[in-house]
Design a protein around this ligand. Structure first.
Ligand code: CTP
Ligand code: MG
Length: 258
């Protein structure tokens, strides 16, 4: 076999799923990724959504720092759906205090033969497989960083935030970016592995860390491109998002019945 041929066969696509957050905005209860949607933990939906892509051969789940054993047991108790014809390995590692730290710990667990990495929020359990495939294909097609995104429904204002003692006071508006130029970004975001690892090594973000991996790559000066996202890739953040997620699952069940 030629060198080119053998390097093709050893390049793999893996997904890192940060799932170590508490879900403060969702309200009190279990860590967000472990909460049930239609009787199945959100994280299991998310892992299945990734395993459904033929491109994905490995999923690294980043569990709450003290919850790796619990997450491992949970995943063993919920096998991947039969759509996983190609068999996907699932590894669990403990996460960190911020999303950025959790992703970094997930990247550290990737085996050497992984060349393309997707990073996908456990909190986006219903992303359609077509979106996963489109992101993976764009990276394999040569883009170093790819994000799925949608145009905004709301107009966005930049403000001077009133926080701490002044929280709740009217906030002065600083500007209004032209809505047509804006996109709301989702996950999975896809990367050339070496580029994403370099971004996580070199770019330090103050405070709560980066909420978006592509943002780190942008700071390296590496081009990032957007591909169409999907409504069903929304992030479960607040209680009303649980209502929407249940409705999406109910609609899928109804459609599957036909
Ligand atoms: N995440 C993580 N490690 C952290 C914080 C967040 O792995 N220390 C993950 C979450 O589990 C989630 C994703 O990053 O899948 C997106 O974060 P977000 O929606 O903000 O989830 P939480 O941080 O859990 O929610 P909140 O900010 O409301 O507490
Ligand atoms: Mg958060």
């Amino acid at each position: 076999m030629s060198d080119r041929g053998s390097s093709q066969t050893i390049s793999r696509t893996a997904v890192v799923i940060p799932a170590a957050g508490r879900g403060v905005r969702l309200g009190p209860g279990a860590p967000k990724a472990l909460r049930a949607l239609s009787g199945t933990p959100m994280l299991v939906h998310a892992v299945r959504a990734m395993a459904a892509s033929r491109a994905v051969s490995l999923v690294v789940v980043v569990a709450p720092p003290d919850g790796a054993a619990e997450v491992r047991n949970l995943l063993d108790a919920h096998p991947l759906a039969d759509r996983d014809s190609t068999r996907t390995d699932v590894v669990v590692v403990p996460g960190g205090a911020t999303r950025q730290e959790s992703v970094r710990l997930g990247l550290a667990a990737l085996p050497a033969d992984v060349t393309t990495v997707l990073v996908h929020d456990a909190a986006r359990p219903l992303v359609p497989v077509d979106t996963v495939d489109a992101v993976a294909a764009a990276v394999r097609g040569g883009a170093p960083a790819v994000v799925p995104a949608l145009p905004l429904a709301d107009t966005v204002k930049q403000v001077e935030p009133r926080v701490g003692e002044r929280a709740g006071e009217p906030e002065p508006v600083v500007g209004t970016p032209e809505r047509a130029l804006l996109r709301a970004v989702q996950t999975p975001q896809g990367f050339d592995r070496a580029t994403l690892v370099e971004a996580h090594e070199k770019v330090a973000v103050e405070g709560e860390g980066a909420t978006d991996d592509a943002g780190l790559v942008e700071r390296l000066g590496v081009p990032v491109v957007v591909v169409p996202g999907h409504e069903e890739a929304f992030k479960v953040t607040r209680p009303l998002d649980l209502v929407l997620a249940e409705a999406v699952l109910a609609r899928r069940r109804a459609n599957d019945g036909f």
